[in-house]
Design a protein around this ligand. Structure first.
Ligand code: ZN
Length: 101
C-alpha cells in the first residue's frame, strides 16, 4: 500500500514518522511496487482523504515521484520519455511552421 497521509510512513505500515518513511521502509515499498508491477497487480493507495483506492503500480509509483516510476516500472518511464520527445518534436515542427505558441 502507498500511504500519502501526512505524518504516516508512505509504505502503508501505519507508523507515524516526521519524514516520508520509517528508515528502510522506502526499500520495502519499492520492492512491493516492483513485484506488483511485474505481476500486473494493482496497489492500494491511501490519499489524505477518502478510502484507499486500487491503482496500477506505475500510477502508484508516479504519485511518489518520477524516480519511483523509474525504479518500479523502468519500461513505462522509457516510454514516457520517448512520448514526450515525440511531443516536443511535434511542437517544434508546429512552431517552425506557425511561429511561437
Ligand atoms: Zn513503513
Amino acid at each position: 500500500m502507498v500511504d500519502l497521509r501526512p505524518g504516516f510512513c508512505r509504505c502503508g505500515c501505519g507508523n507515524h514518522t516526521a519524514k516520508h518513511f520509517v528508515p528502510g521502509h522506502n526499500q520495502r515499498l519499492r520492492g512491493e511496487l516492483a513485484r506488483s508491477y511485474s505481476r500486473a497487480k494493482r496497489v492500494a493507495v491511501r490519499q489524505p482523504l477518502g478510502p484507499p483506492q486500487l491503482v496500477a503500480a506505475p500510477e502508484a509509483a508516479d504519485l511518489l515521484g518520477p524516480e519511483w516510476l523509474a525504479w518500479v516500472a523502468p519500461e513505462v518511464e522509457v516510454l514516457r520519455t520517448v512520448r514526450s520527445n515525440i511531443a516536443e518534436a511535434a511542437i517544434a515542427d508546429f512552431e517552425a511552421e506557425w511561429g511561437d505558441l
